[in-house]
Write a protein that binds this ligand. Structure first.
Ligand code: DC
Length: 227
């Protein structure tokens, strides 16, 4: 029986963290958790219910009404995000949510709520979790921490091509602006900002293929699993 570990993957928006995390989890037969989806689902709930982030009692009251879980989708072979029993996987990827999610994720009460659930998901290890604070706050003792980065122009282009497939109206400027905006808020917020953990390995994927990136990360994982 192999030694199961926790793999924490952090980095800027649209660096391909989720793609890498998902591929690693599939290969290792680990659970994959996209923590960004949790913040997006919370942002969707807040938007639908006009929750004022500055009103702490209202935020806490809203959080008490939120139930989040992931459920495997046999059609897409991926886990979908559910908010109070509703599959919100597609809605939470829309620009209307991307434009507000960083402000929601910067809220301390929201973070405490999400982090407690993320930590509970890791009690049995065998998990690959991606986000912004996984190696620094959620699992500071994770056996493997990967900090993914890529050139901002390359990230914007990749994200633009992805979004254009579902939204032909979208412009490159809109995508680049949203990425810049999110990176700025995510890395300058007071509560657990995005930063590289001291013991994280950096993976700059600007000029390497998905396969090269995957092989590198898998090698690091095996070095930790079978030291
Ligand atoms: O990875 P993503 O773009 O789906 O994340 C959505 C937002 O949530 C993004 O602005 C950063 C924030 N986030 C966070 O603050 N902490 C995490 N662990 C994951 C995401």
């Amino acid at each position: 029986m192999s030694n199961k570990i926790i793999i924490a993957i952090d980095g800027f928006s649209s660096c391909g963290k989720s793609t890498l995390a998902k591929a690693l989890a599939t290969k290792l037969e680990y659970v994959f958790i996209d923590t960004g989806a949790m913040y997006r689902a919370i942002a969707l709930y807040f938007k639908r219910n006009n929750i004022d982030l500055a009103n702490l009692p209202a935020v806490n009251q809203a959080l008490a009404q939120i139930e989040l879980h992931f459920q495997y989708n046999p059609v897409t072979f991926k886990s979908d995000m559910y908010l109070n029993g509703e599959n919100v996987e597609l809605i939470i990827r829309e620009m209307s949510i991307s434009n507000i999610v960083s402000e929601v994720a910067a809220n301390s009460a929201v973070r405490n709520f999400a982090v407690a659930q993320q930590q509970a998901m890791g009690v049995h290890k065998g998990i690959v979790m991606d986000g912004r604070d996984i190696g620094t706050v959620v699992f500071p003792n994770a056996a493997l921490k990967i900090f993914v980065t890529a050139d901002p122009a390359i990230r914007a282009e990749r994200r633009f091509l992805e979004l254009k497939a579902v939204n032909p109206e979208i412009t490159m400027e809109e995508v680049a602006e949203n990425l810049q905006h999110r990176d700025l808020i995510d890395s300058t917020r007071e509560h657990s900002p995005l930063r590289q953990a001291e013991d994280a390995v950096v993976l700059d994927n600007s000029n390497i293929s998905r396969e090269e990136q995957f092989n590198l990360a898998l090698k690091w994982a095996f070095e930790k699993i079978n030291p």
